[in-house]
Design a protein around this ligand. Structure first.
Ligand code: ADP
Length: 396
């Protein structure tokens, strides 16, 4: 069966068509600047040339129609007819406590989703726009939604509760939800297979533009670094990570950043970019640091230190640690980041295998055979995880 995976953002849409016979990607692409002049569809059919269309794409209905047209096009298409798509899997950023697992998505489920919009105001409404477009354009094709938050719903209350008044937290549903759950689930599942021990205690480090660290004990998430929104935790590309809320109110009180601009400031102007003043892209920050830029070096040190602290904290939370997993853009590609983070744990008997670690994007163990705690590089694949859930639920 062929499954279309859709990740609809507020002004962009990413897609992959996956043939579940062999889990191969038939085509993938991106529609950018939806609702903004000069939108762009970039479509890459496997084994064929990339195809791009520049046009004003006014909304998600139009964007998805263009994706469908590209998929069945006689030159750059990969299927003869839309009826070949057996199901659509949608990514959903924050389903709150309402959606503990992936779910077949019908009208009633979409209505429930509409109550979660406030939890990810940029993302959740856009995901539903994508579902509505599919309902219109391919009625009858089953849809499944996979939530970034589901994997984290096994956290105990002591890990997800903030120290604010209980009735306020309850009324406004304020708690730690975490993010990147589909990725943490995917790579931890693979780590359990590699370890051959389903009771292992694992810390998964999804380090990319957005980064999060998760404690997985016997397959269940027990804590994670992102919070109510994906702003919390370690230093990220443009997000500040953990910060004292008083620093935020202080900036507002002193007129440095207006209250209404604060979310944008903390999410878009801070992190590696804000600290280094160079870039949100770790490669550029690494280059600047190598040329002697001290702020760039400080930003890198902060990123590593944040990850190291979470690993330490989660080792205590789980009462031990068997393995550490690195994934996503930085985790899969930054040899220096993995080496530095693991070397900080050498007092625990962690021994990096430098030769094994000297690679990018390949699944492997990167610690020496006598290392007390193993570390793995495991490339993430959230689209495949979504496609697998979709297939499983619609064929049940
Ligand atoms: P997103 O969270 O947007 O999906 P990615 O997972 O693609 O982001 O991660 C992007 C990050 O990965 C950027 O900071 C980028 O610099 C970093 N990255 C990619 N390749 C390398 C590399 N070779 N060395 C260091 N960092 C890298």
């Amino acid at each position: 069966m062929k499954i279309l995976v859709l990740n609809c953002g507020s002004s962009s849409l990413k897609y992959q068509l996956i043939d579940m016979e062999d889990e191969s990607v038939m085509a993938k692409g991106l529609v950018d600047r939806i609702g903004i002049p000069d939108s762009l569809l970039s479509h890459k059919p496997t084994g064929k040339d990339k195809y791009e269309v520049k046009a004003d794409i006014e909304n998600h209905d139009v964007a998805i129609k263009m994706v469908f047209d590209a998929l069945v096009d006689k030159d750059h298409g990969v299927i003869g007819d839309l009826s070949e798509i057996g199901g659509v899997g949608h990514r959903y950023v924050n389903g709150g406590a309402l959606f503990p697992q992936s779910i077949i998505t019908d009208e009633a489920v979409i209505k429930d989703m509409e109550t979660t919009f406030a939890m990810a105001p940029l993302h959740n409404p856009a995901h539903v726009m994508g579902m509505r477009a599919c309902q219109k354009l391919m009625p009858g094709t089953p849809m499944v939604t996979v939530f970034d938050t589901s994997f984290h719903l096994t956290m105990p209350p002591k890990a997800y509760t903030y120290g604010i008044e209980s009735d306020v937290a309850e009324k406004y549903k304020i708690r730690r939800y975490g993010a990147h759950g589909t990725s943490h689930r995917y790579v931890s599942k693979r780590a359990y297979e590699l370890l051959g021990n389903e009771n292992a205690k694992i810390v998964t480090c999804h380090l990319g533009n957005g980064s999060s660290v998760t404690a997985v004990d016997a397959g269940k998430c027990i804590d994670t670094s992102m919070g109510f929104t994906p702003l919390a935790g370690v230093l990220m590309g443009t997000r500040c990570g953990d910060i004292d809320a008083s620093a935020v109110t202080y900036l507002i009180d002193n007129g440095v950043v207006k209250a209404e601009d604060m979310a944008n400031y903390l999410n878009k102007k801070c992190g590696l970019l804000g600290v280094s003043g160079v870039s949100s892209d770790l490669r550029e920050v690494e280059n600047a640091a190598a040329e002697g830029n001290e702020l760039a070096q400080k930003a890198i040190d902060m990123l590593y230190y944040g990850v190291e602290k979470y690993i330490g904290a989660y080792m205590v939370a789980m009462g031990g640690l068997d393995a550490i997993v690195f994934t996503a853009g930085i985790g899969e590609n930054s040899i220096a980041a993995r080496k530095a983070i693991l070397e900080s744990l050498s007092f625990l008997g962690v021994k990096v295998d430098e030769e094994a670690n000297n690679c990018r994007g390949e699944e492997r163990c990167i610690t020496a055979p006598d290392s007390k705690i193993k570390a793995f590089l495991i490339p993430t694949n959230e689209e495949l995880a979504i496609a697998r859930d979709t297939l499983e639920l619609i064929t049940k």
